[in-house]
Design a protein around this ligand. Sequence first.
Ligand code: 3HC
Length: 683
Amino acid sequence: MSVTTRREDNVGYVEIDNAPVNAIGLSVRQGLLDAVRWAEREALDRVIVSGKGGMFAAGADAKEFDSAPVEPHLPDVLNQIENSFVPWIAAIEGVALGGGAEIALACRLRIMAPNARIGFPEVTLGVIPGAGGTQRLPHLVGLTDALNMITSGKPMSAKAALEKGLIQTIHDEPNYAAFMVNTEELGCIVPTSDLPSPPVDQDVLNTARHHVNAKSAGQIAPLRAIDVIEAGLNLPIQEGLAVERKAFLELRSSDQAKALRHIFFAERAAKLPNDITAPPITLEHVAIVGGGTMGSGIAYALLNAGFRVTILENDAEGVERAKENVETIVSASLKRGLISEQEASDRKDRFSATTDYDQASDATLAIEAAFESMDVKRKIFLTLEKHLPADAIIASNTSYLDINELASVLQEPLRVIGLHFFAPAHIMKLLEIVRGDKTSDTVIATAFALAKRCRKIPVMVGVCDGFVGNRILARYREAADTVFMDGSTPWEIDEAMVEFGYAMGPYAVQDLSGLDIAHANRRRQDATRDPARRYIPIADRMVELGKLGRKTGAGWYRYPGGEGRVDDPIVADLGIEEAHFAGIERVEYSADEIRQRLLLAMINEAADLLHEGIAQSATDIDLVTVFGYGFPRWRGGLMHYADTLGAAEIVKQIQQLAKEDPVAWKISPLLKQCADNGTRIGR
Ligand code: 3HC
């Protein structure tokens, strides 16, 4: 039974019972409808609806969205609840999201536990509220707040919900508070739909549209939500609900909704592979070598997850810098209200920085986050081996280097793993877990357990230069530089990728991270680079000119006064010059052509990663590109996007490009295979 009913005197208790999150699928909808009939038959004086397990309801069951809707539909069930002569009260613990919040709106009263949250995250799944949210919410909170809640998808605390008029009461025991409501007073409360609509306010609507265009460019659902909310303001409730339902059903089967569902479920499915059954070791104290931006970000992520953290540094100056870096993140988190004073001081209590490796002698995990040099890292590994327990895990945060080579310096290479965090490490959700040839299952299981505790998305990858993410990134940048040299400008390329859905194009991103890192990497790769492969020298010229990005006031763009960026004609000239030196006749690329080259280069590389077994699945590549590299979430990740093009079409287009440069555009065998067999790429 997904909905249980129980009667005590004249009060009916209806409990949604659909673990783990009380998603509202067919059986819950049917159960709620049956409960309406039951309460009326029994002539109860109220129904108190709640969710089992301290969770009201996480919304409609998104797993049903790939199939045709089945009756009873949620909007009809909620109409029955709202119009029943037995008044319903929502007693909310945990979360009431999407359809869950819509159940609450159809009730006469809403009571929340102090730490409960309520919201409408539908747009994050590419849809809009489809069971009255867009129509009933404005009646309670007004137009501005309804637009904010629905277009942002962000849930609200009980306190905020009370202030906005969305709920009537906060109580530690919502069921008890609902029981205590005076029957007569309850009878006088009008249904939400009967409350007056707020007036149409074009200024407010325009501001909301403007905001959505800036924040969620390219996404259909938030704009559609505004249209539907606006339509409802002038329509009788049933007509407004019909407009909403039509839009919801259209969006539900849209490409964007499919892509967002894919990422939603992929994120949750990112777990330890089933064939690894070894239990993780217990972690309490973690040592981090290096307290720079990366090391201190990792330290804070671990402090947030409850670990004791010691940063190990070379000298007193390094120790001071590490302390300052961590302190800055703690203070910023406090200032932004992400943690309380008490939580800030608790994090500081669990943190230390020192040059004395013996202070980490009981650490069961060490993460090396030092300078990207094999020699430096080798030395650190050997020192850690001397000072840490013999079974402690020794990890490297390297972005490119060979984990197997690093492991080989230790007596027990099975204790070594790559933990590739992304900067800023306390914010970015992706964690590439790099499995060395000898890494033990226990170590892998511990890495996944660590990711879970830090609320990161773990993706296991194999050893190669750059692993999954940076190898794809290298091809993306190479394709961008080639397009630049052969005819475009960095700003045209950036604009084309922003139009595709990236928040920033490849050049603006490089200016942020600094051009020196990629430069050092290119020098490292000089010895092994395929001499037949075309080399684009523009980025090296930039470094020679001291244009290292924002930190030097100029990179691909100029940043006069350290502020807003401007295009730099000197940079554009570098492309023209280099093309001239190479005897290349430049061409003008359209935005579509730019996108085609950059995206196909990434897809081809990703297919190679799958073919070589470095990436375990196409879905893993989707997670890496979305959560580590800014690929638009609403396109579902690189390989989900590739599937929308189809392997045959991709192969055809790459074959065309290979006429210009057969080395750079060497088609991945996996793509060919999928094109020949008519299958999806790597799925
Ligand atoms: N539909 C189907 N399954 C869902 C689901 C949903 N709406 N929400 C969560 N789940 C599943 C997850 O896939 C996961 O399954 P698994 O155990 O097999 O991997 C399981 O429930 C637990 O989910 P989480 O790992 O996310 O658990 P957390 O405790 O970390 O988070 C949560 C709980 C905050 C409820 C989070 O799951 C969440 O945000 N869910 C989505 C909420 C949402 O977007 N609701 C709107 C749905 S659309 C809608 O309601 C339309 C309506 O207007 C008609």
